[in-house]
Design a protein around this ligand. Structure first.
Ligand code: HEM
Ligand code: ISQ
Length: 154
């Protein structure tokens, strides 16, 4: 399926809305992921030694923002270039980080569900099936690229 101009706009538009509420949404993102997969807590260096999710952890926020942003950028690139292009160095870096942490395919599904739930919350009444499909596709492309890199490095 090719990525349409409309899908790109939907992703951009929702990102603009979400940007206004990053701290709360970042927290929500992690909460969703850990609700689905409580064991994932031990994977994150800044979470493993605490009993609860710290409300104001700058690292947590930075991590969640990176995932949002990269997914959003991947959507824009999908449209402009007709293919997915994250720089080789970035992909290699992400591949090695996740390989080292022992991340596997099911984890990627968990993060995807968490991401979609977070966007749904973030955009409120603007949420719709088309927006969900657009983010899903962008995330899938990015996740596939990271996983391909992980396979290469393994
Ligand atoms: C680290 C992005 C999927 C778990 C990172 C970093 C980025 C990133 C950018 C490096 C942060 C840094 O060096 O500061 C992404 C993207 C994903 C993805 C874009 C999907 C498209 C996943 C999945 C998991 C995961 C599925 C499994 C739960 C982790 C962990 C770290 C990490 C444990 C290391 C955190 C630490 O510093 O302790 N990710 N990630 N990631 N990611 Fe992901
Ligand atoms: C995966 N990798 C890095 C950061 C993250 C934040 C929230 C959910 C998943 C993540």
């Amino acid at each position: 399926m090719s990525f349409s101009e409309k899908q790109k706009e939907l992703v951009k538009q929702s990102w603009e809305i979400m940007k206004q509420d990053i701290p709360a949404l970042s927290l929500y993102f992690f909460t969703q992921v850990l609700e689905i997969a409580p064991g994932a807590k031990g994977l994150f260096s800044f979470l493993k030694d605490t009993d609860e999710i710290p409300q104001n952890n700058p690292k947590l926020k930075a991590h969640a923002v990176k995932v949002f942003k990269m997914t959003c950028e991947s959507a824009i690139q999908l449209r402009e270039k007709g293919e997915f292009v994250v720089s080789d160095t970035t992909l290699k870096y992400l591949g090695s980080v996740h390989l080292q942490k022992g991340i596997a395919a099911p984890h990627f599904e968990v993060v995807k569900v968490g991401l979609l739930r977070t966007i749904e919350k973030g955009v409120g009444e603007k949420w719709c099936e088309d927006m969900k499909a657009a983010w899903s596709e962008s995330y899938d492309q990015l996740a596939a690229a990271i996983q391909a890199e992980m396979t290469k490095e393994a």
